[in-house]
Design a protein. Structure first.
Length: 145
């Protein structure tokens, strides 16, 4: 087998893996393998083919992956708990990190809650924003009105 055939085989294998996984993992290396195959067809030495494969793969990965991830994840719907981040909640039991107490209600459900900043106590009735989730507790901060 000549080097063009080997590079084309690497290209096809990367594409097949990408189709199977749909995880944006091998598509960048498929591009590098394709350029290496072209270089092999033009008679470039093996070291240059390998260097092109690595360089093109890294350039594609660095410059196009963020765009591709953003494009492919734009329709992703947040599910379950992660959909709560950014929503408002109402404090139904004083939140005090030092004492390890506090509850909020959001969407008709009660959740344990802690503040994102230490030393702050949030009284009952406060409106808070959910900033993160830590285990089974909502991490909240007071909403600025």
């Amino acid at each position: 087998m000549n080097l063009v055939t080997i590079w084309l085989a690497v290209f096809v294998i990367c594409i097949v893996i990408e189709i199977i996984t749909m995880g944006l993992t091998t598509i960048w290396f498929a591009g590098g393998a394709l350029i290496a195959a072209v270089a092999a067809a033009l008679g470039a030495p093996l070291w240059l083919q390998i260097a092109l494969m690595v360089a093109i793969s890294l350039v594609l990965l660095y410059f196009t992956r963020p765009i591709a991830v953003k494009y492919f994840n734009k329709d992703r719907v947040k599910t379950n708990v992660e959909s709560l981040v950014g929503k408002q909640a109402i404090v139904i039991s004083e939140i005090n990190n030092l004492q390890g107490i506090g509850q909020v209600t959001v969407g008709g459900q009660e959740w344990s809650a802690r503040t994102t900043k230490e030393g702050i106590t949030l009284p009952v009735g406060s409106v808070v924003m959910i900033r993160a989730i830590s285990g089974v507790k909502l991490m909240v901060e007071e909403k600025n009105m």
